[in-house]
Ligand binder design. Structure first.
Ligand SMILES: Cc1cc2nc3c(=O)[nH]c(=O)nc-3n(C[C@H](O)[C@H](O)[C@H](O)COP(=O)(O)OP(=O)(O)OC[C@H]3O[C@@H](n4cnc5c(N)ncnc54)[C@H](O)[C@@H]3O)c2cc1C
Length: 239
């Protein structure tokens, strides 16, 4: 049986591991990859141990590019901060769905309150995970009030910031074998749809792995080859 190392994968890794019959419990930090000729063959860990593998999966989310870099691969994935704001509204809004405006403002009910967000006008890499309250004051709240009359009188209750793994090439997933390092597969860089689809990713990575010889698998259009060939498969409506 192939030895599979999933590097990272806080959310998605375990689903992928299930379908690849791999060990989802690896928690170590990979400092570098070890080579056997042109192939990656092992990982040097921060605790001093090393692990050998037949297949490494980069499931590093926003940090996927730094893991790929250790394998000599330039992955166009960046950590982009997104802030989520929690607010209350005196008026009831029955059956309020998830609403996404063309400009990127989104909101939806969350228990008795609402959560919302909006991409920043200037979207820089690796910003500290501090909430941008200016975004709330200048952009999010005015747009909410403009969209829903009852949202003219709301109260900000809480907020948090997290990273998207943002693909700066075409904003789509990068999923599949990377040919310049034959045993390296990256299932990362899907923004927003990430944890809605890990099972499908797991199934497809298994198919990719098992059909590697023939080369056909369902999600092959999402492979790294499109980046080498400079053929973007643009995902629209990323918020
Ligand atoms: C505000 C916000 C809202 C979102 N909303 C949605 C949504 O509604 N729907 C949706 O599907 N997705 C959403 N996402 C995206 C979703 O959170 C991510 O797609 C998902 O968390 C990615 O999971 P992952 O397992 O690939 O990576 P992560 O869960 O980020 O795990 C990556 C792991 O890699 C580890 N790591 C990094 N470097 C190394 C190394 N060298 N060695 C070992 N480990 C390493 C890190 O410690 C981390 O644990 C949202 C994200 C944000 C910020």
């Amino acid at each position: 049986m192939a030895r599979i190392l999933i590097v990272g994968g806080g959310v998605i890794g375990s689903a992928i591991a299930y379908f690849l019959v791999a060990n989802p419990d690896f928690q170590g930090e990979v400092l570098s990859f070890l080579r056997h000729g042109p192939k990656l063959a092992g990982a040097q860990l921060s605790d001093g141990e090393s692990l050998s593998f037949d297949l490494a999966i980069d499931a590093g989310g926003p940090w996927a590019a730094s893991i790929a870099q250790m394998a000599g691969i330039d992955l166009p994935v960046r950590a982009r901060r997104r802030c989520v704001f929690v607010f209350s509204c005196k008026d009831e809004i029955p059956d309020c769905p998830l609403v996404i405006d063309p400009g990127g403002l989104w909101f939806r009910p969350e228990g008795p309150m609402f959560i919302c967000g909006c991409p920043p006008a200037v979207d820089l890499d690796d910003l500290p995970l501090e909430v941008d309250y200016g975004l709330w004051d200048d952009t999010v709240w005015p747009q909410l009030a403009n969209r829903v009359k009852s949202f003219e009188a709301i109260k900000l209750q809480n907020a948090w910031a997290g990273y998207y793994e943002f693909n700066i090439f075409d904003q789509n997933a990068i999923l599949g074998r990377i040919r310049i390092a034959p045993i390296y597969i990256s299932p990362t860089a899907l923004v927003v749809m990430g944890f809605n689809r890990p099972q499908q990713w797991g199934v497809d990575l298994r198919n990719c792995w098992s059909t590697a010889a023939t080369g056909r698998w369902t999600l092959s259009e999402l492979g790294f080859d499109r980046i080498i060939a400079n053929k973007p498969l643009v995902e629209l409506n990323i918020i």
